[in-house]
Design a binder for this molecule. Structure first.
Ligand SMILES: [Zn+2]
Length: 276
């Protein structure tokens, strides 16, 4: 099965037709997806959308016999909104996690020094709070990491923080960096993995495809980051989980295997990593 390990179906882009988006995902072979919270409201929605009542709601719209993907969720605050990350919010996240077994990850959290919407210290403090929570509840973390142009500061700070929490497993969501960073992340204790999204399919991403061709078979998953970063085959359209298959096809090409093999590999790794 294909698993979209990172999408944001709670965003306004999906307000009008999320039921159909879910149906198309299942039809494309995406049988599980992680609907990632990235701010306060989004995390609340992530919790709501992975409860059984939500799928019942969707079935009410589309008919009882419709095939839908299994939805899982996460609790987290994106670095862009990291000034929202207080101890009280993290306490609320913990309550949600303990009351909903379909919340299977912390995040997305991380560092974004490209936009630098929040000061570096605020981002670092938010990331550490997420890591502390992950350690406490035993869930993996979905990590966003983006450097400013011609700078390596975000990845340097990231490696430092990952090293502070050797027991926390992280998925490097939308991995776009270089071989050196990939090697450094994969060599750390904790068993981190990389996640490839639409960017790996872009014509200009030759170097990234090379990295994807070398990553150990059990150390990567795939994602869409819907509604953003649509794969080349559908570029210009709003992204949706069904399109994760297009990224799987490109990975199959660069690794010289059948797409079914990528489906099995990445699906199996996602199931083990997130316990889903
Ligand atoms: Zn995201």
């Amino acid at each position: 099965m294909f698993i979209d390990t990172h999408c944001h179906l709670m965003e306004a882009h999906f307000k009008a037709d999320v039921a159909l988006v879910l149906q198309r995902s299942a039809l494309a072979g995406v049988s599980k997806l992680l609907n990632i919270g990235c701010h306060l409201e989004g995390s609340r929605e992530s919790d709501r959308m992975c409860r059984p009542e939500y799928l019942e709601e969707i079935r009410g719209l589309l008919g009882a016999s419709v095939t839908l993907p299994e939805i899982y969720g996460s609790q987290g605050i994106h670095p862009h909104d990291s000034n929202q990350t207080t101890d009280e919010v993290m306490g609320d996240f913990e309550k949600v996690i303990r009351s909903n077994r379909r919340i299977v990850a912390i995040g997305e959290t991380g560092l974004d020094y490209f936009y630098m919407n929040q000061p570096r210290e605020v981002q670092l403090s938010s990331l550490r709070k997420h890591m502390v929570l992950a350690q406490e509840v035993g869930l993996p973390v979905s990590i966003h990491c983006r450097d400013a142009i011609d700078s390596l500061d975000a990845r340097k700070d990231m490696l430092k923080i990952l090293a502070e929490f050797p027991k926390v497993r992280c998925v490097m969501h939308c991995f776009v960096q270089d071989q050196e960073y990939a090697d450094a992340v994969l060599a750390m204790p904790g068993g981190h993995i990389l996640s490839f999204g639409g960017v790996v399919t872009y014509p200009s991403s030759e170097a990234l495809r090379k990295i994807a061709s070398y990553v150990p078979a059990d150390r990567f998953v795939i994602e869409t980051d819907s509604p953003y970063l649509t794969a080349q085959a559908f570029r210009g359209k709003r992204n949706e989980p069904a399109f994760v298959v297009a990224t799987g096809k490109v990975l199959a090409e660069v690794r010289g295997v059948e797409v079914g093999e990528i489906e099995k590999l990445t699906g199996g790794t996602a199931e083990r990593f997130f316990g889903i």
